[in-house]
Design a protein. Structure first.
Length: 73
């Protein structure tokens, strides 16, 4: 039984760097044999981070997310 690696990333107003960071992580893990998932936790961002997260999850089934209604810190 192989173990799943979960990468949990807190997000707050990261719309400018989110795509690049996630694609880098995907690139690293696709070159390995490790099963993985990426979990993005949006802490009430005021930019369009939530929309980017939703789009990334639509494009890649390994990406999961939680969107908070406001910033909980």
């Amino acid at each position: 039984m192989s173990k799943l690696i979960s990468i949990v990333i807190p997000v707050y107003n990261e719309s400018k760097s989110l795509n690049s960071a996630i694609h880098t992580i995907i690139h690293v893990f696709e070159d390995s044999s490790y099963p993985y998932e990426i979990i993005l936790i949006d802490d009430g961002s005021r930019d369009n981070s939530a929309e980017i997260i939703k789009q990334l999850a639509t494009e890649n089934g390994r990406i999961r997310y939680v969107l908070f209604s406001r910033n909980f810190g």
